[in-house]
Design a protein around this ligand. Structure first.
Ligand code: FES
Length: 173
């Protein structure tokens, strides 16, 4: 007698299903490494992104990303760049906390960046709220080319040293 699918205790796992489960597990592991669980990723409008191909006129340190279509936060872990859209502006931030370089996280529930090490918190535009840090999140120089955000990952702008540059480091959308 052939067991039906609802009574399959002890049946070996189908190889296709095993491969599917393996790939789901790998995806969950990847998100966990980013400090995200799938539920959080959905709630946060938080995405992992990779830089687009460079244009021929780009300098070596410039990375390209699509201009976000809606408010939210994206993280390019390879290049340690956060791209955030909030209230009609798009910013690029360094992933590292300005206190001691710990990778920052996005908390969708309160719309804030948080540092897991000493609990500094920042608004979605990078403004410091509280914690051990002594300045806002570091922004990166950005420019817009059509629907593309070009980020200079070597042009780190510290708010306490260059407040005017820091305030101007965004593109309007
Ligand atoms: S490393 Fe972020 S607050 Fe200390």
């Amino acid at each position: 007698m052939t067991p039906d699918s609802s009574d399959c205790t002890g049946c070996p796992i189908d190889p296709d299903r095993r491969e599917f489960l393996r790939s789901v597990g790998a995806a969950v592991t990847s998100l966990a490494l980013l400090g995200l669980l799938p539920r959080d990723a959905d709630a946060a409008s938080l995405r992992a992104i990779t830089a687009l191909a460079s244009a021929t006129h780009d300098r070596k340190a410039e990375k390209r990303y699509p201009i976000p279509a809606a408010d939210g936060v994206s993280i390019d872990k390879d290049n340690e760049v956060i791209v955030a859209r909030a209230s009609g502006k798009v910013y690029a931030f360094a992933l590292a906390c300005p206190h001691q370089n710990t990778a920052l996280r996005w908390n969708a529930d309160d719309h804030q960046f948080q540092c897991p090490k000493h609990k500094s918190r920042y608004r979605d535009d990078g403004t410091f709220i509280e914690g051990r840090a002594t300045r806002n999140m570091d922004r990166l120089a950005v420019r817009r080319e059509g629907s593309t955000l070009v980020v200079d990952v070597d042009a780190l702008i510290q708010q306490d040293e260059h407040p005017a540059e820091w305030n101007a480091a965004f593109v309007a959308v």
